[in-house]
Design a protein around this ligand. Structure first.
Ligand code: UGA
Length: 444
């Protein structure tokens, strides 16, 4: 089988799909991005990225201008044009449940199958419950009545917000689930990722189930690592001790490693919380009720960190009703405007609901946060956020906040009290400047 230039479509132009489409164009392919959301498609076609991601706007502009990257809402066009179809639609948590809602993945695969009119490879990238790929591989064949042969693969995505371009162009590893001995699918994907292979990226070909599970195993491990250190935070807060030194010290053991051991207000975002819940739900569905039960603890430890910030604020101020709180950070992590399941936004909203006046500043996240929780007072600078505050609370570790010094806030606040929800400030420096500083993981 010889294809001179593979044409690539990417179904779903959210975070994952838009990044993958632009990066595939950057690697030299002609790419068609497909979405059912007409507004999003118009915006992307005009070279405008609807979310914040370093480096991506430049790629989008460059390749929409050159014509290498186009966008459409038509599955008919995609099915007739593409050789390789990546599916990168969302799999959100089911409303009112713990499992993943995979209806968008199903719909994308089936719409494609109906419209494919030549040999093609469908490659799932979304994070899905184990078993989805095998089920879809069959359904796709049933739905496909046109000419050509459809092959099917699962290639989970490991990109992190804030590093999406780098993670896509030079990933740590590529994992690809294929049907037993489907050498054609393997050859096509080797060709797609050839430039990354040159960079000696490990490329792991396996079965569908392993590929699906690698993705959720990685996220479950990362979530567990964060909750592990946060559980120790609860102990050091109680008995005294320094959680950062503890993390540094165990992190020196190469088997443990220092990364993802930053204690604080915990993990959020569109992936880790949802993925650990969906994994438990799926495994229980399979009858393995006890197997992933530890993830319930991981989730609970994580959510208790938010309770702790709210309780600490009340403990420090005596009451929340009528207090003025200056919140620094509302995105679920720095270098992102994403507020999905953001610990920072959750804490801010709970303080508001308890009667506090809440001023919020985030370098990128304000607009998204205001859509979800409009009643907070969103402001556009640190001084505006901390003005007359009875307490300042740092909840997302943007560089701008890590660089803060006590003198930057002089004369602005009502009380010199700061809660460091991410363990990024120099406690000694703030204490020397007569501030009361409470950091998560330190006895207060
Ligand atoms: C995560 C994974 O890191 C990616 O590998 C994966 O591909 C992605 O989910 C996905 O499934 O799509 P992401 O959600 O973008 O990526 O963000 P992370 O950088 O993993 O951070 C997740 C949360 O953990 C953030 O709220 C962050 O503040 C928190 N965190 C991270 C900590 O509280 N402590 C740490 O030490 C590290």
């Amino acid at each position: 089988r010889v294809i001179v230039t593979l044409r690539i479509t990417v179904i779903g132009t959210g975070y994952l799909g838009a990044t993958h489409a632009a990066c595939m164009a950057e690697l030299g392919f002609d790419v068609l991005g497909v979405d059912i959301d007409e507004r999003k498609i118009e915006q992307l076609a005009a070279g405008q990225l609807p979310f914040h991601e370093p480096g991506l706007p430049e790629l989008l502009k460059k390749h929409t201008a050159s014509g290498k990257l186009r966008f459409t809402t038509s599955f008919e066009e995609a099915g007739a044009w593409g050789d390789v179809h990546f599916i990168g639609v969302g799999t959100p948590q089911k409303p009112g449940g713990y499992g993943a809602d995979i209806r968008y993945v199903d719909a994308a695969a089936l719409s494609l199958a109906q419209h494919i009119t030549k040999d093609a490879l469908i490659v799932g990238k979304s994070t899905v419950p184990v078993g989805t790929a095998r089920r879809l591989a069959c359904l796709v064949q049933e739905k496909h009545t046109g000419p050509g042969t459809i092959r099917f693969a699962w290639n989970p995505e490991f990109l992190r917000e804030g590093f999406a371009v780098k993670n896509t162009i030079s990933p740590d590893r590529l994992v690809i689930g294929i049907e037993d001995r489907d050498l054609d699918a393997e050859a096509i994907l080797r060709e797609v990722y050839a430039s990354q292979l040159a960079a000696e990226t490990p490329m792991i070909f396996t079965d569908y189930e392993t590929a699906e599970l690698v993705k959720v195993a990685a996220n479950a491990f990362l979530a567990t690592k964060i909750s592990f250190i946060n559980a120790f935070s609860e102990v050091t807060e109680f008995v005294g001790g320094d959680i950062r030194t503890l993390a540094d010290a165990i992190g020196h053991d190469a088997r443990i490693g220092r990364r993802f051991l930053n204690a604080g207000v915990g993990f959020g975002g569109g992936c880790l919380p949802k993925d650990i819940r969906a994994l438990q739900a799926r495994v229980s569905e399979l009858g393995l009720d006890r197997t992933m039960r530890f993830l319930t603890e991981v989730d609970e430890i994580n959510l208790r960190r938010r309770d702790r910030v709210v309780a600490l604020t009340e403990e420090i101020l005596g009451r929340l009703n009528g207090a003025t709180v200056g919140i620094l950070g509302v995105a679920f992590k720095p270098d992102s405007d994403d507020v999905r399941d953001s610990p920072a936004l959750d804490v801010a909203a709970r303080l508001f609901n308890a009667g506090a006046n809440v001023n919020v500043y985030d370098p990128q996240g304000n607009a998204n946060a205001a859509k979800r929780f409009p009643r907070l007072n969103y402001v556009d600078s640190v001084p505006a956020a901390v003005r007359d505050a009875h307490v300042v609370i740092l909840l997302t570790e943007w560089q701008e906040f890590k660089n803060l010094h006590p003198e930057d806030l002089n004369g602005l606040v009502a009380n010199k009290i700061i809660i460091d929800g991410r363990n990024v400030l120099n406690v000694q420096e703030w204490e020397d400047a007569d501030w009361t500083i409470a950091a998560l993981g330190r006895k207060f």
